[in-house]
Design a protein around this ligand. Structure first.
Ligand SMILES: NC(=O)c1ccc[n+]([C@@H]2O[C@H](COP(=O)([O-])OP(=O)(O)OC[C@H]3O[C@@H](n4cnc5c(N)ncnc54)[C@H](OP(=O)(O)O)[C@@H]3O)[C@@H](O)[C@H]2O)c1
Length: 261
């Protein structure tokens, strides 16, 4: 069986790097069209070229917007539909890993985390769902982390934003299932991405990238960290016609690392 997205149009936040870029390549390679949204223009231009080279037949839009604001979300959505046409697939993926001892986290840090990881998804869903409902076909994929189900000590604000993302996923899945709009979440453990490249660069122990990755992988039952292509393959299935009977679920993509199913 081949998983195809022929002609489907997707907006992917955080599409310029890491998991977002891997999903963009997978979606475009399966016949879809993609709009990549992020802030940094240089990375966006490079990502657009990379996706286009991998899938010459795809329409690929690169949109610079900060989705922490309502205005940024509205502009990203408007420009994506202007470039590609009505959107069938929304992937709420942009995010950072903000965490620390609870007593050290200010209101401003909480607000920033919720703006990026929760309100951006709420606002983009509000923009995308009416058209999906009208056309009776839609997919929303919320990229979260395994802390959504099993928060560790000193994991706020991120685990709280992610748990809210899981509740949003379930509520929207129930509300929009009658309209053939499917809403799911993918919960990431440790998957190679630009975020991990940055963490390696800030680790002062002088480990090589390979040795560093191997060390991270020791906490994972499968014994290694994930590859972005492995993550993108599951996202592609959820976005496709073949994924048509899966909604309202939150799947761990973590090599077995989460303590809960
Ligand atoms: N990789 C993992 O192991 C892992 C683990 C747990 C959860 N996750 C989650 O998975 C998602 C993807 O992670 P990743 O590892 O691929 O991260 P990444 O490599 O750091 O990429 C993050 C992407 O989000 C964009 N972004 C960040 N802030 C933004 C904003 N305010 N507005 C618009 N775009 C913004 C970034 O571009 P700009 O900075 O240029 O805007 C970039 O394209 C994130 O939500 C992350 O928290 C990943």
């Amino acid at each position: 069986m081949q998983i195809r997205l022929d002609g489907r149009r997707a907006l992917i936040t955080g599409g310029s790097k890491g998991l977002g870029l891997a999903m963009a390549k997978a979606f475009a390679g399966a016949g879809g069209h993609v709009a990549l949204v992020a802030r940094g223009e240089e990375a966006l231009a490079a990502a657009r070229a990379e996706v286009q080279a991998a899938a010459p037949g795809a329409r690929v839009a690169a949109i610079s917007a900060d989705i922490r604001t309502a205005e940024g979300c509205a502009r990203a959505f408007g420009e994506a539909e202007a470039a590609l046409g009505p959107l069938d697939i929304l992937v709420n993926n942009a995010g950072t890993s903000q965490r620390g001892p609870f007593l050290d986290i200010s209101d401003a840090a909480w607000q920033e985390d919720l703006d990026l990881k929760l309100f951006a998804a709420i606002r983009l869903c509000r923009l995308a769902l009416p058209g999906m409902r009208e056309r009776r076909w839609g997919r929303v994929i919320n990229v979260l982390n395994i802390g959504a189900k099993a928060p560790l000590a000193a994991s706020t604000p991120t685990s709280v934003s992610r748990a809210a993302g899981m509740a949003l996923t379930k509520a929207l899945a129930n509300e929009f299932a009658p309209h053939n709009v499917l809403v799911n979440a993918l919960l990431v453990g440790i998957i190679e991405s630009d975020q991990w490249v940055r963490r390696h660069a800030s680790d002062l122990r002088g480990l090589s990238w390979e040795a560093w990755k191997e060390e991270q992988g020791r906490s994972v039952p499968l014994g290694r960290i994930g590859r972005p292509e492995e993550f993108a393959a599951l996202a592609l299935l959820l976005a496709s016609e073949q994924g048509g009977y899966v909604t309202g679920t939150a799947i761990n993509v973590d090599g077995g690392r989460s303590p809960v199913v």
